[in-house]
Design a protein. Structure first.
Length: 485
């Protein structure tokens, strides 16, 4: 797996020291992670398919079926599999009709082909060349590294099992340091010079927004989207987790409906995407008859959170919701406790299963709540689909958390599509395949994901979570639709 930057393995203690080091960054210091070792290629028996069955990449038929396992849930079977709306699967209908665009085109594998997207085959360079640009150092490095490790581990896992029908997968990695000008420059180079087939994530929201015109102009796929899982209105972007406003609406609903908390304070990092997520908290609270009694912005990294935390504590709030990254959450929670606030604290979904947060807060993390589109890391379905893969290649790296799972799932979605379509599939074929109206099965780790031409938000079902005895626990029996869905 080719990388401009290679991978890092850290111990639990080292991960906590990384948090401390990043606190120094916020105070003017500099954080330089160790130069990591490349992912180890560990032999495993098989790649779990999206259907819950094992699929040999060399034996996937043109209809998405496997001679030994039958039709795959990530691709319709030869009998015209029913989709989640009960409609006949488009691949079994009139081949002159393309339900995606009305373009009347089917791929060689029998799936719709979009009328846009790059025509270059995925294996044009002799491998499947992918890229990722993210904040791997700087104030939100914990999130950036989790996303990176999720992609790296999943690629290493698939390569250990034959790649895409024998074609290896390679990854180019760049660190934008939470700087959008660097992020766009790296994206342009990967698109125009390296000619990557797909970008596996741009976690810095402004890097994503500034780079989107370059993806549109080139027809290059993006499989995760920005830090809020936004698509920017582009059908080239396929998030593997729900939009931030959806997650925050779900967490607010849980706080009001289940915890009985009706006076809410909001601390949000002072960037546009965070403000839009906080707007969803306020809108949900208003719709459910609760009150936002205090709301203010916080600098990324949590610098100066003391005054904001004191304001929240003095506001009479029954709960404080933090819309932020890990470092800000840690600093603001400590500041809230120092200010005398002893009520429940809610976090944005990106904090779920983050060991750095629990390590840093210890007992102070008890009772923290959030919502998630994935079951926790210890759950058997999550272990089978992503956690064990990440731990195999990057044990104790901090990547078995929400954004690591999103990266793992997003990578699997693309690679499973290519296993069905073949390594010479184009971006147009992948778009048509993913938009064909058949949901992607995460084997129960999360709700089924479904992308349509009119919406690329993959689902609107979430599950409430709280920290108890040092780990995240589901608080509801199943994934539930978000308020207003």
């Amino acid at each position: 797996m080719r990388e401009r930057h290679s991978s890092m393995t850290t111990s639990k203690a080292a991960r906590f020291l990384a948090v401390v080091a990043m606190l120094a960054v916020a105070c003017g210091g500099t954080y330089h992670p160790e130069v990591p070792d490349a992912a180890r290629y560990v032999e495993v028996d098989e790649i779990p398919g999206g259907s819950g069955t094992s699929v040999d990449p060399d034996q996937v038929g043109p209809d998405g079926s496997n001679p030994t396992t039958g039709p795959s849930a990530v691709g319709p079977g030869s009998g015209g599999q029913q989709n989640t709306t009960g409609e006949q699967n488009p691949s079994s209908g009139d081949p002159t009709e393309d339900p995606t665009d009305g373009g009347g085109t089917l791929s060689a594998a029998g799936f719709p082909v979009a009328s846009f997207g790059a025509r270059r085959p995925a294996n044009a360079s002799g491998s499947i060349l992918l890229g990722i640009v993210g904040p791997h150092t700087g104030p939100i490095a914990l999130q950036g590294l989790a996303s990176l490790r999720g992609v790296q581990a999943t690629i290493a896992h698939y390569n250990a099992n034959g790649g895409i029908r024998g074609v290896p997968i390679e990854l180019l990695v760049e660190d934008d340091q939470f700087d959008p000008s660097q992020g766009r420059r790296f994206a342009q180079r990967m698109i125009n010079e390296d000619q990557i087939f797909a970008m596996m994530g741009m976690l810095t929201p402004a890097s994503f927004a500034q780079s989107l015109p370059d993806f549109e102009a080139s027809g290059t796929l993006m499989m995760i989207g920005d830090g809020a899982a936004s698509t920017g209105g582009s059908r080239l972007v396929f998030p593997s987790y729900q939009e931030c406003p959806t997650a925050q609406a779900a967490a607010t609903e849980y706080a009001i409906r289940d915890l009985g908390l009706r006076k809410i304070a909001i601390l949000e990092i002072d960037i546009e995407v965070s403000r839009s997520c906080a707007d969803a908290i306020a809108a949900t609270a208003d719709a459910m008859g609760a009150d936002i009694v205090y709301r203010t912005g916080v600098t990324p990294g949590g610098v100066g959170c003391g005054s904001q935390a004191q304001g929240a504590a003095d506001s009479g709030a029954e709960t404080v919701v933090l819309q932020a990254e890990t470092l800000t959450m840690i600093r603001c929670i400590d500041a809230l406790r120092q200010a005398g606030f002893d009520g429940p604290v809610g976090l944005s979904a990106n904090a779920v299963d983050d060991d750095a947060l629990i390590d840093a807060l210890g007992d102070r993390a008890e009772g923290i709540y959030s919502t998630s589109g994935f079951l926790p890391k210890w759950h058997p379905t999550t272990r089978a689909f992503c956690t064990d893969i990440i731990d195999t290649y990057y044990p104790d790296s901090g990547a078995t958390q929400y954004l690591g799972y999103a990266a793992c799932v997003g990578t699997r979605v693309l690679l499973d599509a290519l296993r069905v379509l073949g390594p010479d599939a184009t971006a147009r074929e992948v778009i048509g395949y993913l938009e064909r109206g058949v949901s992607y099965d995460t084997q129960g780790m999360g709700p089924p994901m479904l992308w349509r031409p009119t919406s690329h938000e993959p689902y609107r079902d979430m599950i409430a979570m709280e920290i108890h005895n040092g780990r995240w626990e589901p608080m509801t029996d199943s994934f539930e639709p978000v308020f207003g869905s």
